[in-house]
Design a protein around this ligand. Structure first.
Ligand SMILES: [Zn+2]
Length: 276
């Protein structure tokens, strides 16, 4: 079920907490905040597959894709007033001189003559709102029973293909081993015999490797069944589980988010999802 729907939500700052505007934060439960675009939460199969592959990769130790990834929304965030991209900054503020990360409009600085009055926005709250929106989109996709069934079907058939090709490879490596050992036994040249034995040993190692891979693939198929049994109750990702590291977060943000506009004058944040 592929639907091409624009997914967009508008969130408002918490206006009623009595704080100064610069200290205001997004309500974490922004469902309760007036929401100008109903969020249809549509994710396509291919997007979901990409999410899965990102999640599958996270256990492997990958080098951090971007070392400056502390500001995960960099490049997606725009000032609604002047159109500039807003970038991450850190200030020490408050009585305790704690480090506060914000995203700020470059034109709201004395260096540029304060030509824009969009104030910096607290990055923690903005990031958490964006993460919640993405999590909600993914969960809505998974909760759809048809989608879940198709995810399962595709995952299983992909694993079965890999199981078949791995099994064929193991069989051919075994043939090769016996062939090489026969040649080693029947040759009169000690040099050739040694070489055939070495080649046979290499083939045996490769066979072992593929045998392990086969066991792993079979375990994964079994895991899917366990997962599906569990998901009959509820298969719901939490934001913490999805956004396990800055680099994963950055990838998911890139995958989902087209742009985020900060409209400081109206206390409005618009999260525009990619057309998926
Ligand atoms: Zn601006």
């Amino acid at each position: 079920m592929l639907r091409n729907v624009k997914y967009q939500g508008t969130y408002l700052y918490n206006r009623e907490d009595g704080k100064k505007k610069s200290q205001r934060v997004l309500l974490e439960k922004y469902d309760e905040v007036r929401n100008e675009g109903a969020i249809p939460a549509i994710v396509t199969k291919s997007t979901f597959d990409k999410v899965q592959s990102i999640l599958d990769c996270r256990t492997q130790c990958r080098p951090n894709l971007n070392t400056h990834s502390e500001y995960i929304l960099t490049g997606k965030l725009y000032c609604a007033k002047c159109g500039s991209t807003m970038s991450g900054t850190a200030n020490c503020g408050g009585r305790n001189k704690t480090r506060i990360r914000t995203y700020a409009c470059p034109n709201h600085s004395s260096r540029r003559g304060n030509v824009c009055d969009t104030k910096a926005i607290n990055s923690l709250y903005l990031e958490s709102a964006v993460k919640s929106a993405i999590t909600e989109a993914i969960n809505a996709y998974v909760r759809d029973k048809d989608n879940l069934a198709s995810i399962v079907r595709q995952a299983k058939s992909s694993y079965r293909e890999q199981i078949n090709s791995t099994s064929r490879r193991i069989a051919s490596l075994r043939d090769n081993v016996s062939h090489l050992l026969n040649k080693a036994a029947s040759t009169t040249s000690a040099l050739l015999s040694t070489r055939y034995e070495q080649e046979a040993n290499e083939a045996i190692l490769a066979e072992q490797h593929h045998t392990e891979k086969l066991a792993d693939l079979n375990a994964k198929v079994a895991e899917i069944d366990v997962l599906i049994d569990a998901s009959k109750e509820a298969l719901i990702f939490t934001a913490d589980a999805l956004f396990a590291s800055d680099s994963i977060t950055r990838e998911l943000v890139d995958l989902y988010i087209n742009r985020i506009e900060i409209d400081d004058a109206n206390d409005k944040i618009t999260v525009k999802f990619k057309n998926m």
